[in-house]
Write a protein that binds this ligand. Structure first.
Ligand code: GLN
Length: 312
């Protein structure tokens, strides 16, 4: 006999209430001044099920800086544009190093380990930029988000992008280093300009969970049936999210949550329960890997109560 479906409304509301009470909140990202002042007492959770029903708790409709979660969408677009040729300039292995680390680049001749560490995401952005003006590329990224989230109000936050540009010394180092190996085709300032801007996109948990549906449902919008990407590509992006989506905390996330997920230093996580739900959580305080501390804990609770871990 199969067990009854989980009462998602109740579970989401209970998790949001539990997270509100916790005092271990982590710290907001300090190295991007515009994010340093974000109130760590906020918490949002949105779960969109197969029928398209939105289950939400806490600050699920407050927009936040999606930061590295944008790398999932730029990877989707770059694979659509250049296909498997993308893998000539970025790998598919977990790095075991922090998101902004430079150490592997020298040994591996400027080829970043995977598309989700900063170096890899900058290389992916560079692939999207080739043959276009930065504005066109950014327009394309936003249009894609408007389409998958079914929400044309999603915007970039210029103040966050400018703030990151002012203090983005590591990203400039990574990009210059890759450029010296010929891995970037475009001028470093242009590739980074696009990168900082797509990281600055602001979305709420609801908008993010809406946007992630194509990954949860075999490349399709489950409500309209419209195909966004092939099922095979969705499966592969999910595999990369599972193995690389939380940097050197990816093993811990897989162990505790058991779902493909992508974090950002704004405190958001997009997680995918294949065939069951698209999930977004936001709690701005980070753990030592730069991933949302309470976001991960909330997802651990959710996976436990729903039985959604992909590992059974
Ligand atoms: N924009 C941030 C950076 O480049 C993204 C990092 C992240 O979210 N992990 O440092």
């Amino acid at each position: 006999m199969s067990s009854p479906p989980p009462d998602l409304d109740l579970i989401v509301r209970e998790i949001a209430a539990e997270m509100r009470l916790r005092t271990d909140r982590g710290e907001a990202a300090k190295y991007i001044p515009e994010l340093a002042g974000v109130d760590v007492n906020q918490f949002g959770l949105a779960v969109i099920d197969r029928e398209g029903v939105v289950h939400k708790g806490g600050d699920a409709d407050v927009p936040f800086s999606i930061q590295s979660i944008s790398k999932v969408f730029t990877l989707t677009l770059a694979l659509g544009l250049v296909g498997d040729r993308l893998w000539k300039r970025v790998g598919r292995e977990p790095s075991g190093d922090p998101f902004n680390s430079i150490v592997q680049l020298e040994h591996e001749r400027g080829i970043p380990r995977n598309p989700f560490i900063n170096a890899g995401a900058i290389a992916v952005t560079d692939a999207l930029l080739s043959g276009h003006q930065p504005k066109e590329t950014l327009g394309e990224i936003l249009r894609f988000l408007h389409f998958v989230a079914e929400d044309p109000s999603i915007r970039m936050d210029e103040a966050v992008a400018a703030s990151e540009k002012r203090t983005g010394f590591r990203n400039f180092a990574l990009a210059n280093y890759m450029k010296s190996f010929g891995v970037l085709e475009n001028p470093v300032e242009l590739a980074l300009g696009v990168y900082f801007h797509h990281c600055s996109i602001a979305m709420s948990c609801i908008q993010l969970a809406m946007a992630g549906r194509y990954l949860a449902y075999g490349g399709r919008n489950p409500t309209t049936g419209l195909s966004v990407i092939s099922a095979e590509r969705a499966r592969r992006i999910n595999a990369l999210m599972l193995t690389c989506g939380h940097y050197d905390g990816s093993g811990e996330f897989a162990y505790r949550v058991g779902l493909p997920g992508k974090s950002g230093v704004g405190g958001g996580i997009l997680a995918v329960a294949p065939g069951r739900a698209s999930i977004a959580v936001w709690a701005p305080g980070l753990d030592r890997w730069g991933n949302s501390h309470l976001g991960r804990i909330a997802l651990e609770h959710l996976a436990k109560r729903t039985g959604w871990s992909i590992f059974g």
